[in-house]
Design a protein around this ligand. Sequence first.
Ligand code: SF4
Length: 256
Amino acid sequence: MKTVYGPVPSWRLRRSLGIDVIAREKTCSFDCVYCQLGRTKNKTSKLQEFISVKRLEKDLSEVINKVKVDYITFSGMGEPTLASNLGQAIDVIRGLGNIPIAILTNSSLFSRKEVKKNLSKLDFIVAKLDVPNERLLREINRPVEGITFDRILDGIKTVRKEFNEKFALQIMFIDKNKGYASDLANLAREIRPDEVQIDTPLRYSPIKPLNSGEIRKIKSEFEGLNVITVYEAERPKVEVLDVDEYLRRRPEPWKK
Ligand code: SF4
């Protein structure tokens, strides 16, 4: 499996070249009910080195001059902050050019010192917060033991306060949490992100997405915040370098 995939036409990051620091069977601290990658068999909060930065440097230098992208983004086969060498990976990418570097993260490890240090090197953090309480965290995100709602919220607030670059809060709305938009909006007002990204699983997922009317209603609860939604945002056109690597991270079974 390659460590670089895409570019991805992203409604949040425009043309985004994906970096996968896991690059193996899905490994995550969550097991979200809507995850497009299926159930999490390797559920962990242990930081590990999954790929070497040498391998990443080789994979990235092969494609970096062939693509025009707006962001290089850590995402892929699980939670990227689980990679103990994330900071070194960011340094390697910086050494190869001036493209801004982003991360899509589930925020579950933000209270860890080494994770905060790695995150501080980025240009854009997109942090997930789908729920306003512990009960819904267990129902929707199904975290590994030891991860609690209070620790996640605390971690998000601390990282947000210490981070000087762009910070977005991403919220995936499904049937189970659509009645909690007002609570989540209040939390967002406390966190004060630069942007709130309201999502619903429009891509392949075991869970049915909310319709555009439901998302519009949810958006209205976030008045006063800078909000983008998956239904309204434009997606750029991109040419994918390797279709198999792309589909592994963004499955579209009907294309197989
Ligand atoms: S955090 Fe992301 S990768 Fe992990 S289970 Fe949830 S949706 Fe899937």
